[in-house]
Ligand binder design. Structure first.
Ligand code: SAH
Ligand code: SF4
Ligand code: F3S
Length: 453
């Protein structure tokens, strides 16, 4: 008998990847995915702890699931296992157990391979389960290798955890120490994805460019080497990687942007701030000018590289002058898109202890608005420059309108084109007609994509 599994995913791409793997592990136990929490025999919230707002969603979502469970119980006496996974589970496991006594199990990101065991225990009525240790054996060794993400564009985790300890960030605590998967496990997984129809792979890691997995002889393999090896695989058309740290942007990796044709000309390289004083307080371990130099080098090797970044405004002690330095860095670098956030104090992180230096909320809001206005301006200008140009688009899925498909450009822009659905999965040349804030619009270049036989 098949059972229904509902998974709700918050946070970064690694959580998206993890949710897919949890679905894979549960499939042999008879669970198939549902989009409807009301029908679920088991519901997993895969949570994010990065900022307070993200974290707070956990409890409101749990309240919603609890109502669905009660409705099931009073309707036909069926039950629902409620589980909390992800980074809030890791950081606040005890508190969830206390505040939400109706939750059956809470487990951190390093315990997903234990799911079958935990579900069996829950079904036997063993009691509530809290699993937030960092097991010695890496979970990747215990995940089923039949599992594949067969999306046209798919994520593949190669590295997890972080040893950088930026003063604001919870990731080293929620994901644990840096760990790189062996190169062979990654190429094998990539092959299975390609066999299942994947044409674009994004390599994932909290510090993906710190990747140093072992080859068959136990020798460390760099991310650049891994990218070159994956680029040899038949049937793979596009590669990307995210998220990178400036300190790990090696010469070899910068050159890969020149040498590997399927490595897409887009890089997400967070800098967080433009003031050296703040960068030091954040424990980023590089200066603004180090970052500028890396960008210069990358653009020398790949002049058309599109750049994205992350920014935090209102870090404790940030002055107007510090913030101006961030704006100046943004003007100097020029981003095709970027993410920016108000600093959010996170329990247990060093910066959260700098109470006397907290920047008032209205100041943070005002700075964020100014930064976002500048970033938006750059993004629109970037997209407008594409009008009249031809770009390759991997047509991924149907758009909102009838007869419309949407895909990504090499530069990560969403591109909308009128096209019949049978062209999904193809890389087509698109003549760009419109560049908007968040997307491009165009039409297929006649003859650029063959119709299906
Ligand atoms: N590993 C990546 C990204 C980690 S989290 C890196 O090193 O860059 C994604 C982004 O969230 C960060 O780049 C940062 O901009 C933001 N972020 C992390 N902690 C935050 C906090 N406490 N308050 C506000 N933004 C935060
Ligand atoms: Fe967090 Fe810094 Fe590690 Fe990125 S490098 S995950 S921001 S601690
Ligand atoms: Fe959030 Fe954890 Fe990712 S805190 S950003 S889900 S690593």
């Amino acid at each position: 008998m098949t059972k229904k599994l509902y998974i709700s995913t918050y946070g970064c791409q690694m959580n998206v990847y993890d949710s897919a793997r949890m679905a894979d592990i549960m499939a042999p136990l008879g669970y198939s995915l549902t989009e409807e929490p009301a029908d679920a025999d088991m519901a997993i919230l895969n949570t994010c702890h990065i900022r307070e707002k993200a974290s707070e969603k956990t409890f409101s979502e749990l309240g919603r699931l609890r109502k669905f469970r009660s409705a099931r119980q009073s309707r036909d006496d069926s039950d629902m296992i409620i589980a909390v996974a992800g980074c809030v589970a890791q950081a606040e496991g005890d508190e969830i157990m206390k505040r939400a006594p109706y939750v059956n199990m809470v487990f951190g990101p390093q315990s997903y391979h234990l799911l079958p065991q935990m579900v069996a225990e829950a079904n036997r009525g063993v009691g509530r389960i809290l699993e937030t240790d960092f097991p010695v054996e890496p979970k990747f060794d215990h995940l089923p290798d039949t599992a594949i993400d067969t999306n046209l564009s798919a994520f593949l985790t190669v590295q997890e955890g972080c040893d950088k300890f930026c003063a604001f960030c919870v990731v080293p605590y929620t994901r644990g120490a840096e760990f790189s998967r062996p190169a062979r496990a990654i190429t094998d997984e990539a092959k299975r994805m390609i066999a299942g129809g994947t044409r674009e792979i994004t390599l994932l890691g909290q510090n993906v460019n710190a990747y140093h997995g072992a080859d068959a002889d136990g020798e460390p393999v760099s991310l650049a080497r891994l990218i070159k090896d994956l680029a040899e695989l038949d049937g793979l058309d596009r590669l990307r990687y995210t998220t990178s740290h400036p300190l790990e942007m090696t010469e070899e990796l910068c050159q890969a942007h020149r040498d590997v044709d399927i490595l897409m000309p887009y890089l997400h390289l967070p800098v967080q701030a433009g003031s050296d004083r703040i960068l030091a307080a954040m424990n980023r371990r590089h200066t603004a000018s180090d970052y500028r130099h890396i960008i210069e080098k990358l653009r020398k090797y790949r002049p058309d590289l599109a750049l994205s970044g992350d920014f935090i405004v209102g870090f404790p002690g940030e002055t107007d002058a510090d913030f101006e330095a961030t704006l100046q860095l943004v003007r100097d670098v020029g981003y095709s898109q970027a993410y920016s956030f108000k600093y959010s104090p996170r329990p247990g992180t060093p910066a959260a202890g700098l109470a006397s230096e907290m920047v008032p909320e209205p100041v943070k809001s005002e700075r964020l608005a100014r930064l976002q206005a500048l970033l938006n301006e750059q993004q629109i200008a970037y997209n407008r420059e594409f009008v009249g140009r031809e770009i390759d688009v991997l047509l991924e899925r149907e758009g909102k309108r009838d007869g419309q498909l949407v895909g990504r450009s090499p530069y990560m822009q969403s591109v909308f084109v009128p096209s019949p659905a049978h062209r999904i999965g193809r890389i087509a040349t698109v003549i760009v007609q419109e560049g908007n804030a968040n997307s491009l619009r165009g039409e297929l270049k006649p003859g650029s994509v063959a119709d299906a036989a």
